[in-house]
Every structure is written in structure tokens, then in C-alpha cells.
Design a protein around this ligand. Structure first.
Ligand code: HEM
Ligand SMILES: *[C@@H]1O[C@H](CO)[C@@H](O)[C@H](O)[C@H]1NC(C)=O
Ligand SMILES: *[C@@H]1O[C@H](CO)[C@@H](O)[C@H](O)[C@H]1NC(C)=O
Ligand SMILES: *[C@@H]1O[C@H](CO)[C@@H](O)[C@H](O)[C@H]1NC(C)=O
Ligand SMILES: *[C@@H]1O[C@H](CO)[C@@H](O)[C@H](O)[C@H]1NC(C)=O
Ligand SMILES: *[C@@H]1O[C@H](CO)[C@@H](O)[C@H](O)[C@H]1NC(C)=O
Ligand SMILES: *[C@@H]1O[C@H](CO)[C@@H](O)[C@H](O)[C@H]1NC(C)=O
Length: 326
């Protein structure tokens, strides 16, 4: 009887997702890690307040496309079109990539060749969420950087505002996330912004009879129409995801949804669908509940599909594999 049990134990260890990850992974090899990341993050966020949202979104996109392995940081070259340049036009923020370069440079001086870009991305995201008012949660360390980054892996793994709530739920479920976790994570839209083309249908081409979604608060819709009047010519035009407290990580996003102040069609849909509305209402009325569940969901997201040991490497530069791939 003991033999098969032991056999099963041996089998299950190497496949466990957070196998070798720990809080003190770099305690001996890079003892100043926490301070170095925190200082670089603070400096960057103060000079560029959009960094926090940019990196949170980049981290989400990294993780849901084949795991939190820094594959989103890889630059394309003539042999390979990388994740960050997917046709989907992710418009990931340049500040996020710039911050990673800064942190990596500082860490390479203090402890060369030790800290993975995937760990930097995970911990810098946590530090920034906390810095803009969000909860502190634990980030396990020991991820390796992935050996692949392919633009074609993006479509189908990243949710789109045009998707129905059922489709979004299905996408998160396929990665092991519950409806509650999906709603909590999407509370990230309490910071940052969206480009006009991501919500232009809601204000200009709602349906054949109405240009504007009648469920959108009318003054909000009017203001967005002004902001986006030129969006087809000037594609940099954008609006805050949380119009009330755009730079602060709080539960205002959920309160906005209840008042028709949701920006994306998928945001507004969360307060309409019978499976997600009760969760929106809970988070809108209780920020503590939102913060607790967001923290747990972020801890789970942060170890999603991580690579350890020989499944990856510690990159010398975060935007390139150590060996040129042809
Ligand atoms: C429910 C499904 C989701 C959809 C359809 C969605 C879609 C989008 C879109 C279209 C944008 C605007 C991008 C742009 O125009 O630059 C955006 C921004 C953002 N998303 Fe999501 N998202 C979803 C869930 C999430 C989750 C789970 C997270 C984090 C864990 C997240 C974090 C962010 C952040 C922080 C921004 C602002 C980025 C910035 O300001 O640079 N989103 N999202
Ligand atoms: C990771 O864990 C495996 C098995 O548990 C072990 O063989 C390996 O040496 C560990 N690697 C590191 C870097 O700790
Ligand atoms: C070592 O790791 C623990 C967490 O496990 C942490 O509390 C402690 O401060 C770390 N020590 C150093 C020197 O970084
Ligand atoms: C992405 O952006 C480029 C240049 O900004 C544009 O030519 C292309 O049509 C866009 N692709 C999609 C799918 O939106
Ligand atoms: C457009 O939307 C409105 C409000 O939801 C609805 O009453 C109307 O029937 C829709 N028109 C068409 C053509 O679908
Ligand atoms: C729209 O674009 C035109 C020409 O490109 C410019 O003159 C005008 O100021 C723009 N309006 C807004 C609101 O950005
Ligand atoms: C808010 O949520 C927290 C955490 O779930 C809970 O302990 C607290 O009782 C809730 N507060 C109210 C007023 O319901």
C-alpha cells in the first residue's frame, strides 16, 4: 500500500505550479532585493504616475499568456514576432517596460545574474499596487524567465471588451480562476486608462437605432464623446478607467459600475450579469472584502504557470533571451 502512495508523491512534486518558489528565495543571493525594487519603483511612479497601471496590465498579460515568465518583455526581432507586438494592439505602456529595465540594471549591479525578470515583474507589480493605495500581498519568488514569446499566443488568452461575460468567465475558468476571482482581478480597472477605440462603439455606434448606450450615465457619455471626437485620426486619445479616482487603487470602480460610469462594455456588463452583479455589489459596498479577495487572486495569478529550474533561465537583459533564437 505504501508504494503507490509514495510513487504518487514523487510524481506530483515536480508538476506543482509553485514548486521551488518561496518568500526568501533571494535572501542569501540578493539580500537587498526588496529595497532595490522598492526604491526603483517609487522613483519611477513619482515621475510617471501612469506606471502602476501600466505594469499591472503588463503583468496580467504576461501571466495569462503561458504563465508568469516575463515572455511579455521580449522584444521582437527579424526571426520572431514576440508577445508584446501581437496584432491585438495591446498598447502596453512603455513606462512598464522602462521600469523593468531600471530595476534589472540596479539588480545586476548588486547581484549579477541572480534575479529573474519574471520575479522582478511580479514583485514590482505588487509594490506599485500597494503604493497607489491597494493592498499588500505576498509574492513568492524563484520564477525562471521563459524561453519562448510568440505573438500568436496572445489572441484567445487575453479578454477583450467585446466579449460577453460568459465568454470572459469561460476564459478565466480555463485557467483555473473562479467568477469571483475574475471580478476581483478586474477591479484593477480602478486605475489606468483605455484608448477610445476600446469603448468607441458604446458612445458612437451602440446599435442601429441608438448611437450611445442608454445605460451609460448621460453626462459621462457626452464627456467621452468630446474626448474621443478625433479618435480615428489621433489614436492616442484615451479616458480613465475609473473616472472618479483614476490614480487611486480603491473600490470606486465597482461603485462607478452601479451608476453607469463603467467605461468598457465588459466593465458595464459585470453589473448586468446575474453571476457577477452580486460580486460587484459586494465590492462596491465593502472595500475590505474587495482588497482581501483581490490579494488572494493576485497571489494565485502571480504563480500561474510559472517556470522553475530547467524550464527557463535568468535573463541577462529582460527584453532578450540569453541565446539568440533563429
Ligand atoms: C475582464 C476582462 C478584461 C478586459 C476585457 C480588459 C480589457 C482592457 C482594455 C481594453 C484596456 C485598455 C487598454 C488600452 O486601451 O490601452 C484595459 C486596461 C487595463 N487593464 Fe484590463 N481587462 C480585463 C481584465 C483585467 C485584469 C484581470 C487586470 C489585472 C489583473 C486588468 C488590468 C488593466 C489595467 C491596470 C489597465 C490600465 C492600463 C494602463 O493604464 O496602462 N484588466 N483592460
Ligand atoms: C527545485 O526542486 C527540485 C525538486 O523538489 C530540486 O531537485 C531542485 O534542486 C530544486 N531547485 C532549486 C533551484 O532549488
Ligand atoms: C529572509 O526572508 C524572510 C521571509 O521568509 C524575511 O522576512 C527576512 O526579512 C529575509 N531576510 C533578509 C535578510 O532579507
Ligand atoms: C495596430 O496598430 C497599427 C499601427 O498603429 C495599425 O496599422 C493596425 O491596423 C492595428 N491593428 C489592429 C488589429 O488594431
Ligand atoms: C438599441 O438599443 C435599445 C436600448 O437597449 C433597444 O431598445 C433597441 O431595440 C435597440 N435597437 C436595435 C435595432 O437593436
Ligand atoms: C482634432 O483634430 C484637429 C485636426 O487634427 C485639431 O485641429 C483639433 O484640435 C482636434 N480636436 C481635439 C478635441 O483634439
Ligand atoms: C466587509 O468584508 C470583510 C471581509 O470579508 C468582513 O470582515 C466585514 O464584516 C465586512 N463589513 C461589512 C460592513 O459587511
Amino acid at each position: 500500500m505504501a508504494f503507490p502512495l509514495l510513487f504518487l508523491l514523487f510524481l506530483s512534486i515536480p508538476f506543482s505550479q509553485s514548486a521551488n518558489l518561496s518568500l526568501d528565495y533571494y535572501n542569501k543571493t540578493c539580500p537587498d532585493l526588496d529595497r532595490i525594487i522598492r526604491e526603483a519603483v517609487t522613483t519611477k511612479q513619482i515621475s510617471n504616475p501612469t506606471t502602476a497601471a501600466g505594469i499591472l496590465r503588463a503583468f496580467f498579460h504576461d501571466c495569462v499568456v503561458d504563465g508568469c515568465d516575463a515572455s511579455v518583455l521580449i522584444s521582437s526581432n527579424s526571426f520572431n514576432k514576440a508577445e508584446r507586438d501581437a496584432d491585438l494592439n495591446l498598447s502596453l505602456s512603455g513606462d512598464a517596460f522602462d521600469l523593468i529595465v531600471r530595476v534589472k540594471t540596479a539588480l545586476e549591479l548588486a547581484c549579477p545574474g541572480i534575479v529573474s525578470c519574471a520575479d522582478i515583474l511580479a514583485q514590482a507589480t505588487r509594490d506599485l499596487v500597494t503604493m497607489v493605495g491597494g493592498p499588500y500581498y505576498k509574492v513568492l519568488l524563484g520564477r525562471k524567465d521563459g524561453l519562448e514569446s510568440k505573438a500568436e499566443r496572445v489572441e484567445g488568452n487575453i479578454p477583450r471588451p467585446t466579449m460577453s461575460i460568459n465568454q470572459i468567465i469561460k476564459m478565466f475558468m480555463s485557467k483555473g480562476f473562479t467568477v469571483q476571482e475574475m471580478v476581483a482581478l478586474t477591479g484593477s480597472h480602478t486605475i489606468g486608462f483605455s484608448h477610445c477605440k476600446e469603448f468607441s462603439d458604446r458612445i458612437f455606434h451602440y446599435n442601429e437605432t441608438l448611437p450611445t448606450d442608454p445605460e451609460m450615465y448621460s453626462k459621462f457619455a457626452e464627456a467621452l464623446k468630446k474626448t474621443c471626437a478625433n479618435y480615428t485620426k489621433d489614436n492616442s486619445m484615451s479616458a480613465f478607467n475609473d473616472v472618479m479616482t483614476p490614480g487611486k487603487f480603491d473600490n470606486m470602480y465597482f461603485q462607478n459600475l452601479q451608476r453607469g460610469l463603467g467605461l468598457l462594455a465588459s466593465d458595464h456588463a459585470l453589473v448586468k450579469h446575474r453571476k457577477t452583479k452580486p460580486i460587484v455589489d459586494l465590492y462596491a459596498s465593502n472595500q475590505t472584502a474587495f482588497f482581501e479577495e483581490f490579494s488572494q487572486a493576485m497571489e494565485k495569478l502571480s504563480v500561474y504557470g510559472v517556470k522553475t529550474d530547467l524550464e527557463g533561465e535568468v535573463r541577462r537583459k529582460c527584453d532578450a533571451f540569453n541565446t539568440l533564437k533563429t
